[in-house]
Every structure is written in C-alpha cells, then in structure tokens.
Design a protein around this ligand. Sequence first.
Ligand SMILES: *Cc1c(COP(=O)(O)O)cnc(C)c1O
Length: 408
Amino acid sequence: MALVNEHFLKLQGSYLFSDIAKKVKAYQITHPNKRLIRLGIGDVTRPLPMASIEAMHHAVDELAHAKTFHGYGPEQGYDFLIETIIKHDFTSRGIQLSPSEVFISDGAKSDTGNIGELLRWDNSMCITDPVYPAYIDSNVMCGRAGTLNADGRWSNITYLPCTAENKFIPAIPDHEVDLIYLCYPNNPTGTTLTRDQLKQWVDYALMNDTLIVFDAAYEAYIHDDDVPHSIYEIRGAKKVAIEIRSFSKTAGFTGVRCGYTVVPKEVTAATLEGGRVALNPLWNRRQCTKFNGTSYITQRGAEAVYSPEGRKQVKETIAYYMENARIMREGLTHAGYEVYGGINAPYLWVKAPQGMTSWKFFDELLYNANIVSTPGVGFGPSGEGYLRLTAFGKREDCEEAIKRIGKL
Ligand SMILES: *Cc1c(COP(=O)(O)O)cnc(C)c1O
C-alpha cells in the first residue's frame, strides 16, 4: 500500500487565478461586446531578444551534425553560461564567485521550491506578507509550514506584514528564525529594499544563524542606485544567503525556461550534533540526482542575453515595460489612488479606495472599467485591501486602462 504524503492534503487549492478566470469568463459571456484589458497575470508579452533567437537558431543547427551535437550537458550548466553570468552579474559589481557556486536551472520557481530539500522539515521559517506563493506551498508539502490556522496563516511560519503603514519594509523578527525568504524587488508589491535595509537582514542572519533564500527574479528592473542587485553586495551575505535568479522577467524566458541559483561555498547549515555542513555540495548532489540540466539550446539563448546586442535589446524591452509602469502609476495617482511600486519593478500595488476589500475592488475594475487585475489578498493576509496590476501589457492597453479608470 502506498501511503500518500499527507502534507499535500493540507494545501489549499490555489484557486486565485482560476477564480479570476471564472469571473472574467462569466463577465465576457454576458457582455460579449466589451473589450477586456488584462493586467492580471505576471507574464511578459514582448518577444525574446533577437540575440537570443539567433543564438538558439545556431544551437539548433549545431545539434543537426554529429560533429557539433550535444547530448547530456553538465547538470550544473555549461561553463560558457556560468562564466558569462559571473562576469556580468557579479564580477562587475565587485562580487567574486567561482564557477562551482553557480547552478543553471530551468527557472527560479523550481529552485525556490526545491532548495528546502537541503533543510530538515522542522526548521522555523519566516516570510514577508504578501508573498510569492511558491515559498509557502513548497514548505507545506514537506510539513515545514505546520497546519493552517483559521486566519489563513500557517502555524509554523512567521509572517512579516508589508503594508503602506510600514512602507512595505518588513520588521526584523524579534526572535530567532532558521530560514527566511526575501524577494527584492518584490512580487507582488513592486517595492524594494535599499542597501542599508537589506544589510539589516544580513546582519540579523549572521547574528541568529539564519539562512536567507534571496529571490532576485526582478533584478533587471532596478532603477535606483541605492537598491542592491545582489544580496552579495552586502558584506557577510555569502555566509548566510542563497540567491536565485531567472531569465524569465529579464529576457522573456517565461516559456523558454532558464534561471540560476548561487550557493556560495561559505554557506552552511547545522547538524543536530552541532556540526556545520556546507550546502554547496548538497545542492550539487541534489541537482545531479534529480535534474539533468537545462537544454543546450536554452543555455546558448541565455548566454546571448549578455552579448552587447542582447544587453541592448533587453534594456529596450525593460524600458518599454517600465514606461508602461510610469504611465499607469502617474495616471492612477492623478485619479486619486494610492499607488506603490512601479519604479524598480514591473508591478503596481494599488490601495483599494474607501476601505474596499481586494475582491470588491477587483469586481469594480472588472465590471465598470473592464480591467482584469489580481486581488492582493490572494498573495497573503496582508495583501487584503490592495490590487496588483502588471506593467507587462501592451502600451495602448495601459493607456486605455488609465483612461477607463479616470472615468470611474
Ligand atoms: C516569475 C517569478 C519567478 C519564476 O521565475 P521562473 O524562472 O519563470 O520560474 C520566481 N520568483 C518570483 C518572485 C517571480 O515573480
């Protein structure tokens, strides 16, 4: 008899996006002539950089000939990509990494979900609230999150509310926590931490022997000089932090799939007997056992993101999205809304007016302006009373959305 992992049964169906889809579909059937503007789901819309397209075409041709064919690659990724990443994303910012500290993957979601395998199930953990759902659900699956309380919070997770009241800067916990997830620039709030603010987290982790999982999926959207691109810009972070990056939001790889994780040699976790174990060899072992590498074609495409043409093309695409963000941010502010984010991230976090709930505000926008958004409460209890809008849409749609909202 195969016994099921009962922790899976504790998961609440993540019905957020399917609930949204149902509402949208019902509205469309009853109002077939209304044109909806979709600013809900966090997927990019602009095509891949041409440099990546060309590199992938070339890689496909290589696979067509026995002499240049590639079969299984290294589980950790090809050196050509790892070395390019280190040079452009780290050495250029004064951070030294060795190739064996970088692991290429099929994206940040897998890595954020899988990294917890290196840690015992009974570590205490902490998240910022609202949050990217994978951090919580992957910990529920192994029993680390505990049980779900009536208030929608998990019993073994410390929630750090991020709201307008604390300017979306989570308070440092007042007790020891073993594991924390930080995502900056943040999805869903679009806000970020300055170097000084992130330093407080690194200092906390060094003091309390905490492991930080730092999700930097939106690093490429950083505009302000005082916002760190990597947690390793902070002194001491290599001892306490694993950093996860993605080509998805940077270069439109949401469908192609490529990301990477940095596990510095210095980062360790404790054994029950009080010894210390380096996590780098464990992650290497985990990847070699359960992952057979990102495709050669994909890694050539990712490498091209760093070429002079690739960098220019990526910059243009990000500038396009961030101009969308600016237009929406200014339009919403002008219309009297409280708006956060949209400066170092492609998300706007909009406060629902007059104490409305997230879902009430969602309905309002859907029914009266025909705009699809994401209710903030879907990202956690502290998201109640907010909505997320993405800047990943078409320019005309963003402009039209603001016109419609202005008329509400
Ligand atoms: C989109 C997103 C990811 C997922 O990235 P993939 O590389 O496509 O898996 C990870 N973290 C956050 C916060 C995201 O918003």
